[in-house]
Design a protein around this ligand. Sequence first.
Ligand SMILES: C[S@@+](CC[C@H](N)C(=O)[O-])C[C@H]1O[C@@H](n2cnc3c(N)ncnc32)[C@H](O)[C@@H]1O
Length: 287
Amino acid sequence: MNTKKIKATEVREYVLSNGNKLTNEVMAKNLNISATRVANAVKNIKKNRKIAKNFFATDRSLISSKAQATMKANNEAKKQKYVVGEYNNASGMGKAEARAKMVFDIKKSPTKNFNILSLPADNCLIEKKILKEVSSKYNFIGCEYKENVYFKLLNTIAKEKIRMSAHLGSVSDIIYKSKENEFAHIVLDYCGTFQTFQNEIAYAIQNKLVEVNGTISITISERDSGEYNLMNRINEIAPSKDNDLKINHNIKTYLSIICGMNFKVETSFRYNDTGANMSLFVLKRLS
Ligand SMILES: C[S@@+](CC[C@H](N)C(=O)[O-])C[C@H]1O[C@@H](n2cnc3c(N)ncnc32)[C@H](O)[C@@H]1O
């Protein structure tokens, strides 16, 4: 075997250009070196994660199962960043428009009490807009179930002197223990799908948690699980004519049924948020 004549850098170069299509044994044979030298070159390349990411992308058998699992988890996290990660699109244009619509509907709906239940994330952007554009009298219960975001929220509340009691946990904890007329408005600025929150939304409407004239704003992703689910069943009751609008149409149908005579769908608005199609509905209590 001609193991001494080829430099380590040459082995590395060869492995880099061929490792995604040839096995270690074939490369060793082609280079006329030991399979151990090839394996060592592969090991060194793997250490450099950036190179490894591109290089091993096409031949997963060369990657250890632990590294594969990490790559898979990273890719999933990247894909789902908007859904499960920290909310990171506070400055999106679609979001700003949706926020303006929610605040506009709150402004034209004067109520007796000044309590608002909301999902402020870390920056309290809607809350600050309400305080500035509607009234400085509002008090908030702000819910956040992600601990890291919750602690940032506490910072914002203290720094900006917002009268908000922050709840670390799901907004449903508060919804299910609230009573009729407890709030002036509820701002459910969710980022997930409707099915996830349908029960607590229905509870808030049916138990009239906001007072007459008050609003319940709901933002929801238009992602569809694709299975036979609530959205399909609703679509059977009132079929959507346009497939692109199907989820928005189905949620609106569901909300209208739950609202009965007590609420109306005041605003329905579709927007795009970090590449995700979103629907905003503002419900207004009539009686
Ligand atoms: C879309 S963001 C809120 C954006 C904010 N209102 C604004 O105007 O920029 C939703 C935030 O609420 C949190 N969240 C989502 N669903 C929740 C739930 N059911 N209970 C508690 N927190 C929730 C998310 O982690 C995220 O920080």
